[in-house]
Design a protein. Sequence first.
Length: 200
Amino acid sequence: MRKFFNKETLPGFIAAGMAALSVCAAALIAFYPPPVTFARLIPVNNPWVRDGMFADPVGSGVQCGLCPFKCFLPEGARGRCKVRINYGGRIKTLVYGKPASVHLDPIEKKPVYHMLPGSLVYSLASPGCNLRCKGCQNWEISQIYPEQAAKTALVPESLTLKVEGPTGRIYGELKQKEAATLEPREIVAYALATRARSIA
Ligand code: SF4
């Protein structure tokens, strides 16, 4: 060992270590680009930023209690889900009413059993997730920061069912529109207008 680590070789080892660290940091930033700062996200009238619930001040930060991860967030930190942040000692959600994906699906696509068989479900999602499932089929929206999501989503607005020809085949005509925000009462109204019997 003394052969390798001595006064002459030490600077070389330190330089090599620093270079390796720089490469790792660059790779990390390339794969996980840092989100823009919260200050840029919160032009005060940003409709997606609201006070969050289920959090308590603890020491010099805030303890989120919304999911079992119970993230402790120092000032300015985001939770594992990427959508909850400690801003000024208070939890803010960054995705209030922010749809990333809205669909009208057969209930059979959902992980439920014998619930309203044959019906439609109005299903929607916002960006972010607290899990890291390897086979996630929705990774493009579940693993992004809210500010990386598209500004609008296509929202099913109404559904007209028609009967065709002598065979009596029933088909649906779906009307959609772009939406940047979606309030809870709008979700219910759209679900009713599209004949969905449940919301997920
Ligand atoms: S992952 Fe998000 S919701 Fe869950 S505890 Fe952390 S900050 Fe809260």
